[in-house]
Design a protein around this ligand. Sequence first.
Ligand code: SAH
Ligand code: DHB
Ligand code: MG
Length: 221
Amino acid sequence: MADPGSRAGERYATPQILDYAARTHHPEDAGLSRAFDAPARHGMPEIQLGPAEGRFLEILLRLTHATKVVEIGTLAGYSALWMARALPPRGHLWTIESDPGHAEVAAEVVGEAGFGDRVTIIRDKASEVLPELSDSGPFCAVFLDADKGSYDLYGRWATDNLRPGGLLIGDNAYLFGRLLDDTDEAKAMRRFHEEMSSNYRSVCLPTPDGLAVGVRLDPKA
Ligand code: SAH
Ligand code: DHB
Ligand code: MG
């Protein structure tokens, strides 16, 4: 983003360039490839992160030395596997998935990749389980990728349950292009952004659908 065209939204990446960059920086191992392909194999929606976004999550968690991480929205476990790779042996990821079929596929994918002991898949609606999950905190990072109309609630839970310096990350922060609409879902997503900006040092990266990333400020500072 270094000239007027790209600042206005123009992109230089072609599919070939994206492919070259991905192959060069993070050639996928067998476990990750299997996880990426799992939604298609099982007739599930193919709405997992892109490989570069997954790698970015891994890097963010490594930078913060994350040991305890929460994900809301597991699907088939692709983003969960990227994050699990960043954890030390005693680290743990709790990932919440309300669709029993998705959770079953994710358990298989995560187990096959050898991360079964570091990942707990919670099979329930996030709003049902978050209150009791607080007992396992405080957490080092929270990644939101489930129902977009609840990001404001999930963001507030993260703010109450992250350690200072912890990370809040939200996928689909542009709400598929509907962020500025006059709907309850868009209003909730905008509240998520605005409350994040108050309690975090934050940015919304221009990935295809926006990736909001913030570092929890110390409420006592
Ligand atoms: N993070 C995944 C993609 C998640 S897709 C990846 O990148 O690999 C969104 C998932 O959220 C779907 O599997 C959907 O079933 C789940 N979901 C939707 N609403 C939910 C809720 N209220 N609680 C928990 N999971 C939910
Ligand atoms: C959908 C959900 C996502 O998290 C995503 O990244 C893309 C699409 C969806 O529900 O359609
Ligand atoms: Mg998403």
